[in-house]
Design a binder for this molecule. Structure first.
Ligand SMILES: O=C(O)CCC(=O)C(=O)O
Ligand SMILES: [Fe+2]
Length: 780
């Protein structure tokens, strides 16, 4: 930190007299800070009270941390949920939306997502239950956690002093902001911008971190001597002024909450990091910085300070809190519990919270109650939409209106469960949802042309496609159309049920149709070698598996070379084995589900025999996770189960987790010792008593076992549906409010999750459905 001080548009204030001076000196310092905050939202503080040796030590830790190999850094991974800001984020993990100020309004720029060229580590207070810290395992970077926490509290002390100065400068009692910041809901962030070629930052729109304002109340920023931080000139929007490092000083800037609090007398100025003005040569050096974001306590409602508003200068903001702003990320339109949507929307628009919405959940919603419609087009940061219930799309006009608005949702990544009935055709070029990665379509009738529009418009970015339709087989042409689209990046594909129930022999006409479908589907699979997870579903009550059979003549042994997870029916598994599909060697998760086919027992026998043959020809398989969902009502169930378990133990000796049906007799557990690596058993059970009666027996028979989970038997199919690639989750929550054995949800096997598609802000679980305590509706 040795570079000479360069002049900056931002004032430098000596904070020393505030800490140790007279009342008059304190007031002078406070007024200087407020003056700078009102002019430009930034100020440099010298003699700020954070010992230089602690700052230096934190930078040394930061260099040490970011210098570690990626495998080490990933040992404390930032959760996929963007709402949980803790732990390590790899370069490109975060994308800060670019924001610019237009008059008084902060606008988020609707530019295509730009992934930031930086890596970071984030920590909060250790006792934060909303966002628990994520540290490295014991023995990795020893001392790092303690150093972070010590620095955290040192910065918090400085924060308290600076907030007192702000209060004094605003002519308030100096402890005005203290009660609302008593929890220290702050965030320490270590930032590393790796060295990059100068040309990468040469473009005027390129930056190390794009222009943005900070979320909290104030930010204390420590930067190394590289420079590049810039603040927008509030008098000349679009013009940025350098905020170069000044040795011995920290930068303090006002953030959004302070601007609301002060009724915009203080501005949370937009800032960014670009190439340093002094940069020369072809390579921009690494840059390290340490922002410390200070926020009001999560539940504190911030209202405009009385002296900042009057009849002439009315309040620009209504009261809100971190908690409410966070909740505004998850917007629920529940037709059952919500009445006046217009009021909710006008609140969101007035308080510029519309752009906070990331997840929109709609159910049982009647647009007739809403004069203005859902302002999807204003939800610029919408990432997920999940719609349940056809009322939402009750008229064709409304349907088209809503779907067209999606065009503006450039950040939309997931569109789920559109249980709708669009008959209007949407031409491809009218609906370019360019970044859509997940499309989940649930349809009560035929596939609609609109579905193909959505697919085709986003086909180059789609990595997950789930289609569920009750289409009669006679409508097969629609499926053939789907099977003709090519998705170059498809990783997750789920299809079904496509039911067709007939009793007796299949009519000749249908045989031809079934053959066409089998061929179409086989070709589709062959063309999609990127698929990692394949799910083939159908209804429990169908007697035919028509379209989801493959054409074995077309399938080759190299079909689906990247498959890691397969959920299918015994007959389909048998088909894959018959073509000697290679993927069985790389398969990690297999879910076999019995259907109610006529001679199921025989189908199962064939499948298990084929599995045994497979093992004989290629040797034991490396499968780690197995789900067997079989009906145990048949008379010789016990014998069958025993045989199946024997076969499974033989074919899949490396099995770590097993989910299965009820075992009626405790002696069944004698079979589990076959599985030397089994760590977890999940079983469907009939009675709560089950666990206490039998858990011990299993534990005794299977020494490697770490966990047993049980759930009600009728839930097993739900559970199986929860298995998904990347996050193998078994969920036991009850859909219809039924009392169940355990509310636990556990997830494991997270190896695939390190991809940007998981960069979601909140799990759907957070959203709830009938919750009365979400905050979007009860604000004024
Ligand atoms: O790295 C910097 O200097 C600024 C970082 C920043 O503005 C932020 O993380 O919000
Ligand atoms: Fe910032």
């Amino acid at each position: 930190m040795s570079s000479p001080a360069r002049p900056s548009a931002v004032k430098a204030v000596d904070f020393g007299p505030f800490i140790a001076g007279s009342e008059t000196e304190r007031r002078v310092v406070a007024e200087q800070i407020i003056e700078s905050f009102q002019q430009i939202g930034f100020v440099y503080l010298t003699n700020h009270g954070i010992p230089q040796h602690k700052i230096d030590a934190m930078f040394a830790w930061s260099r040490n941390l970011f210098g570690q190999p990626m495998e080490v850094k990933q040992l404390a991974p930032h959760p996929p949920s963007g709402a949980h800001h803790r732990g390590y984020s790899a370069p490109g993990r975060e994308a800060v939306p670019k924001r610019t100020r237009n008059g008084d309004v902060l606008e988020k720029e609707v530019s295509p997502v730009q992934r930031d060229i930086k890596e970071s580590f984030e920590a909060g207070r250790e006792d934060d239950s909303v966002m628990p810290n994520i540290w490295f395992p014991d023995g990795v970077l020893p001392g790092f956690k303690e150093a972070c926490l010590d620095f955290y509290w040192t910065c918090n002390d400085a924060k308290t002093l600076i907030l007192s100065a702000l209060a004094l400068g605003l002519k308030l009692p100096d402890d005005y902001f203290i009660p609302s910041h008593s929890k220290a809901d702050n965030q320490l962030r270590l930032l590393h911008y790796p060295s990059i070629p100068a040309e990468t930052l040469a473009d005027k729109d390129a930056s190390r971190i794009p222009s943005h304002s900070d979320y909290g109340c104030i930010t204390l920023l420590m930067q190394d001597d590289v420079g590049g931080l810039e603040v927008e000139d509030p008098n000349m929007p679009g013009t940025f002024l350098p905020v170069p490092p000044i040795p011995g000083s920290i930068v303090v800037n006002a953030a959004d909450f302070l601007s609301r609090w002060s009724n915009d007398t203080i501005k949370s100025t937009v800032h960014r990091v670009r190439a340093p003005t002094s940069a020369s040569g072809t390579q921009i050096p690494d840059r390290y910085s340490i922002p410390y974001f200070c926020s009001p306590d999560f539940n504190t409602v911030v209202d405009c300070i009385p002296s900042t508003w009057s009849e002439d200068r009315p309040k620009k903001y209504i009261p809100t809190s971190s908690c409410r702003r966070t909740l505004a990320r998850n917007m629920i339109l529940d037709g059952k519990s919500r009445r006046d949507y217009d009021e909710v929307f006008s609140f969101l628009v007035r308080t510029d919270l519309v752009t906070c919405i990331r997840n929109l959940f709609v159910q049982r919603f009647d647009p007739g109650k809403l004069a203005s419609g859902v302002p999807l087009a204003e939800m610029l940061n919408l990432r997920r939409i999940k719609i349940v219930g056809a009322h939402f799309f009750s008229t064709a006009d409304f349907q088209q209106g809503v779907v067209r608005q999606l065009e503006n949702c450039h950040n939309l990544r997931e569109l789920e469960y559109i249980n709708l009935d669009i008959r209007v055709t949407l031409p491809h070029d009218e609906l370019p949802i360019l970044g859509l990665q997940t499309l989940r379509w649930c349809d009560n009738g035929n596939l609609r042309p609109a579905f193909f529009s959505l697919c085709a418009a986003s086909f180059s970015t789609l990595i997950c496609l789930r289609v569920r339709t009750e289409m009669p087989i006679s409508e097969h042409g629609q499926y053939l159309q789907l099977f003709n689209i090519r998705f170059p990046h498809l990783e997750v594909f789920e299809i079904g049920p496509g039911s067709y129930s007939i009793s007796g022999p299949v009519p000749p006409g249908l045989v031809v149709i079934c053959q066409q479908l089998a061929q179409g589907f086989s070709r589709f699979l062959i063309a999609h070698s990127t698929i990692k997870a394949l799910t083939l579903k159908h209804n429990d009550d169908v007697s035919q598996e028509a379209y989801i059979l493959f054409d074995e003549n077309l399938l080759s042994s190299t079909v689906l070379p990247n498959l890691e997870s397969l959920k299918a029916y015994p007959s389909q598994i048998t088909q894959f084995i018959s073509v000697k599909a290679n993927f069985f060697r790389t398969l990690l998760s297999l879910s076999i589900r019995e259907s109610m086919q006529g001679d199921m027992e025989r189908v199962l026998q064939v499948m298990f025999r084929k599995l045994q043959e497979l093992k004989d020809s290629v040797g034991p398989l490396g499968l780690r996770h197995l789900v067997l969902a079989f009906n145990d009502n048949r008379h010789d169930c016990r014998q069958l189960c025993k045989r199946w378990l024997d076969t499974c133990a033989d074919v899949f000796p490396l099995l770590e987790t097993y989910t299965g049906e009820t075992f009626r007799s405790p002696t069944m557990f004698n079979e589990f010792p076959h599985f030397q690596h089994l760590r977890l058993i999940s079983c469907a059970v009939r009675h709560k008593k089950w666990r206490s009666q039998h858990a011990q027996a299993i534990g005794e028979n299977c020494p490697s076992l770490e966990k047993i989970e049980s759930f009600r038997r009728k839930r097993i199919f739900d559970v199986i549906q929860e298995f998904s690639l990347g996050k193998l989750t078994v969920r036991t929550s009850s859909r219809d409010g039924e009392d169940i054995d355990t509310e636990d949800e556990f997830s494991f096997y997270d190896d695939f999750s390190d991809d940007a598609s998981n960069d979601s802000d909140a799990e759907w679980d957070l959203i709830g459905t009938d919750s009365e305590d979400d905050d979007t509706g009860d604000l004024e």
